[in-house]
Unconditional design. Structure first.
Length: 463
């Protein structure tokens, strides 16, 4: 309750300060707020977002700007005067600047790069030159490095001299005269060491590094498995190029999670907030998948046409088609979602395919038996309570439903679990085997399984 009151008070204070039109008072008020509170004010007062940024000191403006959603960032840059937007872009850390620019059209990026200072322009172009979604795109070249022959006293002086511009000084990197990474040393070890001790005495040679061309998901995994706030980034020759910090990885992990959720739902990644995306763009993102799924469902219609004679002969079979199809699709969707999540978290890899298949064979069979038993029980109760008459061969129909559900749920579980692994093996996005896609695929095969089982039990009786 107190947090809500604080938010209301802050908003009221902001409205009062803005109404005063006292530029100095507005500037002092905003500069005295927490960065996250200023970001909330921007979200709650979109008409004043560029004005809020303009009144902040340039350092605080950059700190606020980099935690905003891309839609707000774009609007602010568009609304700011040219000199102010140039000042803001130059103040942004290189990795945050690149993260903002890579979502913009190339023509806009070219114009923005022209406004950067020569040094910042060079750094930005270098980072943009790395492949999309690579570690090189999110690394920062601002870090503190020393040499193994330096003393601790010299290291402290280096930190004082260059640490201000560094993204973090929690870790100091040791390189040789070629620029090759030799080790990383935590600031705690340096502070506790004797001033006359050499860096070489503190080195243990145990460090974790990322390659600039590595996928960003590897960075996420590396930070999860190692207790680090920053990791060095090198090239193929082990030359230290920059560092990547935990805040960048958390941001990327959030974006990857949102993208995977959208793909699992059967759509392309939106790349921007739902309410900010235009209708034509939203249509383009969703139509492709829907058309593909619709074409897939046409195969289901074709399969039903193939069994048209069986349906006409034993119309009672048609009553259970929705139940059969939905059960297979649901089991497949469950399995695909679980496997995609496990792969994203690094809990399994493509080499674990047999373990996954073995588990899904057992799980799918048991789940199918559970659903099949419910289906069989339903027919038994309805028939004996005279709720519905399934005919004199209702017991064979019940067995058909029972074994069909076992086969379809088992097949759906296998398809849902194996498709993400197959796509990963083909170097495609596992999230592309979305739940709707798996459900559509299982629908087609489910019809075939259902009528094949029905033909086995009812041949010469109803069929």
């Amino acid at each position: 309750m107190s947090l809500e009151m604080d938010d209301i008070t802050l908003q009221q204070q902001f409205e009062e300060v803005i109404a005063s039109k006292d530029q100095l008072e507005i500037r002092d008020f905003l500069n005295n707020q927490n960065i996250s509170d200023v970001a909330d004010l921007i979200y709650d007062n979109t008409d004043f977002e560029s004005q809020i940024i303009s009144h902040l000191s340039i350092h605080r403006a950059a700190s606020v700007f980099k935690i905003l959603e891309s839609a707000e960032q774009k609007r602010i840059i568009e609304d700011l005067p040219a000199f102010k937007s140039a000042e803001l872009l130059n103040e942004l850390p290189a990795d945050d600047r690149v993260a903002f620019m890579e979502a913009l059209p190339n023509s806009v990026v070219r114009e923005m790069i022209k406004t950067l200072d020569p040094d910042e322009r060079k750094i930005t172009l270098e980072l943009l030159g790395y492949p999309e979604n690579s570690v090189g795109r999110i690394m920062t070249p601002e870090y503190v490095y020393v040499y193994e022959y330096n003393t601790v006293k010299e290291v402290i002086e280096t930190i004082r001299r260059f640490g201000t511009n560094s993204e973090t000084i929690d870790v100091i990197y040791v390189i040789n005269y070629k620029g090759e990474l030799l080790d990383d040393i935590r600031i705690r070890e340096i502070i506790l060491a004797s001033p006359e001790a050499k860096v070489s005495e503190l080195m243990d040679g145990r460090y974790i590094s990322l390659n600039a061309n590595d996928d960003q998901e590897l960075a996420n995994e590396a930070f999860k498995m190692n207790n680090r706030v920053a990791l060095p980034v090198t090239d193929d020759q082990d030359i230290l190029l920059g560092i990547i910090t935990i805040d960048d990885v958390l941001w990327i992990a959030n974006e990857e999670f949102s993208e995977d959720i959208q793909k699992i739902g059967g759509t392309e990644a939106l790349d921007e907030p739902y309410l900010d995306i235009s209708i034509p763009k939203l249509l383009k993102k969703r139509a492709g998948w829907l058309v593909l799924l619709f074409l897939g469902e046409m195969l289901t219609a074709s399969a039903m046409q193939f069994f048209q004679h069986e349906i006409e002969t034993a119309t009672v079979l048609a009553l259970f088609i929705p139940l059969i199809m939905s059960s297979g699709g649901n089991s497949g969707s469950q399995a695909s979602t679980l496997i995609i999540q496990a792969m994203a978290l690094g809990e399994l890899t493509i080499t674990d395919w047999w373990k996954v298949m073995r588990r899904e064979l057992i799980t799918g069979f048991l789940l199918g038996a559970i659903l099949g038993s419910i289906g069989l029980l339903r027919i038994f109760i309805w028939q004996n309570l005279h709720i519905f008459d399934y005919g004199e061969h209702w017991n064979l129909l019940a067995m058909t439903i029972f074994f069909s559900l076992i086969g379809i749920v088992l097949w759906g579980s296998l398809m849902g679990s194996m498709l993400p692994i197959i796509l990963k093996r083909l170097k495609l996005d596992p999230a592309a085997s979305s739940a709707p896609f798996v459900a559509t695929l299982v629908d087609v095969t489910g019809i075939v399984i259902y009528f094949s089982v029905a033909y086995f039990f009812l041949k010469g009786i109803l069929l």
